[in-house]
Design a protein around this ligand. Structure first.
Ligand SMILES: [Zn+2]
Length: 502
């Protein structure tokens, strides 16, 4: 039995009482925390390994509760693009990848996350690396292998949410197609693969669950309707069935952009939240990214059933999609986590780029300070909230006896934590990830002195640079469609925005 003692660290446990030890110690046996307190439970000679953490701030590893690994290699391929246009760019940059490219993209994100203290993520990824190709393109569930293998190599925890769709992406197509040429409409539609029958899609998900869910205690598989709007009711019901049969989660984009509320009313004569509630999709196993355009009634439905909401403030601000009413959602009973979202729409997988945005975005229009999020709230979203949204609340997200040793040691002498005083505020307002010294996952050191031990960083960077050079040529037809529809989508978006402000 391997016994480790980490001593003399300033510890933020992030447990329910937010217990803190200014000079604490933590004991680990076979990856599990067996003791945490002011002093060790036995003499140092009883341990195989004693780690002196004096001068370090210890807190639970962070969880990135919504991302898309195919986008890790395209963090800066476009700039001025609101949600629908951004989605087109992402599509053009991520379809038609090889297994090696999918793995490279995933590993690049692992490097970013590990180096900045994130130990786990929810990766909402089509198995072919495209935003729409999974089941649709005749892809096999086995295509999920390069993603799973990358996380296993990195020794990170990942809930891979298998992205499925069987409906057109109506929220990123022009709503008014009158006046568009037949040719353009055909090329727009041909940019996406035709969907597979629902049963076949669900079988692929089942195969992924059977192969990878629970693997080495590191991986989970979730059902991942890309958005309820982009799925038939049959497919959504199938996802609910899988959730119940395998006790997995359902992870989905929910009401990210305003146009999605319009489509929902037109198609179902009710809000999207009401529609999925009718299908039995809302429970404490439902994890919704974004959730920007919800009514008070929607909030109360989501809250009463204990659903999780993943706040993707970086991508939502960058793409002008909207701001989720996080304060209200939490008050209604939702668990809140933070997500980087794809690097294409956020910029990176560094969760510290989001802390200040999440704190400040809600203050602009809220004069009542009692309704402002605090730095403790943000650190909880990033740790225990994220673990819950990854179905890891029993084992991760806080430093407590019986949980896995998933933790980060920050160097208190780093410029960002100097002068060292109130740790929650320092982490949320001043830290940028570069004080991360050591990261442990399941008690195993995966980052030491800021260096990732599980991945050949130089090799991944070289491969990432090579692969993106070939993409514009490979997917040229989609880039041509983007050029033509950008002005049309822009005009519709502007009209929608003006209506809102009338
Ligand atoms: Zn997303």
């Amino acid at each position: 039995m391997l016994k480790t003692l980490v001593k003399d660290a300033h510890i933020l446990t992030m447990d329910e009482q937010l217990k803190e030890y200014e000079k604490g110690c933590l004991e680990i046996e076979d990856g599990v925390i067996t003791h945490i307190g002011d002093r060790p439970s036995e003499s140092e000679s009883a341990f195989n390994h004693v780690m002196d953490a004096e001068g370090m701030l210890m807190s639970p590893g962070l969880h990135n509760a919504h991302t898309h690994s195919p986008s890790n290699v395209i963090k800066a391929v476009y700039d001025l693009a609101f949600h629908a246009i951004g989605m087109w760019h992402i599509h053009a940059w991520t379809v038609n990848r090889t297994s090696e490219e999918i793995k490279t993209s995933t590993l690049l994100g692992c490097l970013e996350m590990l180096k900045t203290g994130t130990i786990g993520c929810v990766d909402h990824s089509p198995v072919t690396g495209s935003i729409n190709r999974l089941p649709a393109a005749g892809a096999k569930a086995l295509d999920i292998d390069p993603i799973a293998e990358a996380y296993l190599q990195a020794k990170m925890k990942a809930a891979i949410s298998v992205s499925v769709t069987d409906h057109e992406y109506s929220d990123i197509f022009p709503v008014n197609r009158k006046g568009l040429s037949e040719n353009l409409i055909c090329r727009m539609e041909d940019s996406f693969e035709k969907p597979l029958p629902v049963e076949e899609t669900l079988n692929l998900c089942k195969e992924a669950i059977e192969k990878w869910d629970g693997h080495l205690d590191k991986l989970k598989i979730m059902a991942g309707p890309t958005s309820p709007l982009r799925c038939s009711k049959e497919l959504l019901e199938g996802a609910v069935k899988l959730q119940k049969e395998f006790q997995i989660g359902i992870h989905t984009h929910l009401l990210e952009s305003k146009v999605q509320t319009e489509i929902s009313q037109q198609r179902y004569q009710k809000t999207l939240v009401e529609m999925i509630d009718d299908l039995g999709m809302i429970s404490d196993k439902l994890f919704c990214a974004h959730t920007n355009w919800v009514t008070d009634q929607d909030i109360s439905i989501l809250g009463s059933k204990g659903a999780s909401v993943i706040h993707n403030i970086g991508s939502n601000l960058r793409g002008s999609a909207g701001i989720s009413p996080i304060f209200k959602l939490r008050k209604a009973g939702c668990n809140i986590a933070l997500g980087a979202d794809g690097s294409s729409s956020n910029g990176s997988q560094n969760m510290f780029t989001l802390t200040r945005l999440a704190l400040t975005a809600h203050r602009v229009n809220q004069p009542d300070m009692k309704k402002w999020l605090t730095t403790r709230d943000i650190m909880q979203f990033l740790t225990s909230g994220g673990a819950k949204a990854s179905l890891l609340e029993q084992s991760s997200g806080s430093l407590e006896q019986g949980k896995k040793a998933d933790l980060v040691l920050y160097d208190k002498s780093s410029i960002w934590l100097t002068p060292f005083n109130e740790p929650y505020r320092l982490l949320a307002w001043a830290e940028n990830g570069s004080s991360v010294h050591t990261v442990m996952i399941d008690g195993e050191v995966v980052v030491e002195n800021g260096q990732v031990l599980t991945i050949d960083e130089d090799r991944v960077k070289k491969d990432a640079n090579e692969m993106v050079k070939t993409i514009p040529k490979r997917n040229r037809s989609i880039f041509e469609v983007i050029e033509e529809i950008t002005p049309i989508l822009s005009e519709e978006h502007l009209r929608r925005f003006e209506q809102k402000h009338q």
